[in-house]
Design a protein around this ligand. Structure first.
Ligand code: AMP
Length: 228
């Protein structure tokens, strides 16, 4: 896929409950616009796998489906923002999740001469999210996403994208934990929709339909941001 021309860094937030498609859409926007997906969930899973101090503190909290402390998550994100691969901008996937994180993000970006350009709320129905999340898995080599019911590889056991035969499932992608994660979303993260709406930065995108249609909608929004 070609990389569209961008003139200045663009920082975009994807908001939505677990299963809304934030990760899938972020990967597509990465390919198309050369933005970097910053998933605090991925960064935390990495820290857990490496056994760092932050990872040790986060592991049980994540397995229960609760939110990791703002302090740990903000520190992890701040380190990531300093990596040299971020030139064209970022797609924040799973951050911010609290108002304290949203305020910290403004400061982190301002320190780097940047700001949030848009927050996109992926609008979905909660009831469908449990089935979506509980059946999902990814290629262990390239991260391509699959689902037990909705999207199996064309050849059983072989990744369509890279040919790997290794797949993985997240420890927290089970029906019980998803319900806790949905509750955490509504209690602590959904208020950010109003927060960004009040700043005139929010766009709502219906996200129950086909992945490609949603991706087209998001692509138009990102292309419009760079043209301003
Ligand atoms: P995710 O991959 O975004 O679904 O995140 C998986 C888990 O990581 C969440 O259920 C939380 O336990 C933790 N987590 C990820 N991002 C954050 C965040 N911004 N603030 C607090 N906890 C987070």
């Amino acid at each position: 896929m070609s990389t569209d021309t961008m003139t200045r860094p663009v920082n975009l937030i994807l908001l939505g409950p677990p299963g809304a498609g934030k990760g899938t859409q972020a990967r597509m926007l990465e390919d198309r616009f050369g933005l970097v997906q910053l998933s605090t969930g991925d960064l935390l899973r990495d820290a857990v796998a490496k056994g760092t101090e932050a990872g040790k503190a986060a592991k049980a909290v994540m397995e229960a489906g609760d939110l990791v402390s703002d302090e740990i998550v903000i520190a992890i994100l701040s380190d990531r923002l300093d990596q040299p691969d971020i030139t064209k901008g970022t797609i924040l996937d799973g951050f911010p999740r609290t108002e304290a994180q949203a305020a910290a993000l403004d400061t982190l970006l301002a320190d780097r001469g940047q700001k949030i350009d848009a927050a996109i709320s992926l609008e979905v129905e909660d009831e469908a999210m449990v089935a979506r999340v509980a059946g999902r898995y990814t290629c262990a080599a390239c991260g391509e996403g699959y689902h037990d019911d909705f999207k199996q590889p064309a050849k059983a056991g072989i990744c369509d994208a890279c040919g790997s035969t290794e797949f993985k499932r997240r420890a927290d992608d089970n029906a019980e934990t998803v319900r806790t994660r949905l509750a955490a979303y509504h209690d602590q993260t959904a208020p950010l929709i109003a927060y960004y709406e009040a700043r005139g930065a929010l766009t709502r995108v219906p996200a129950m339909g086909a992945i490609d249609r949603i991706s087209d909608d998001l692509g138009r929004i990102v292309a419009g941001l760079t043209a301003r």
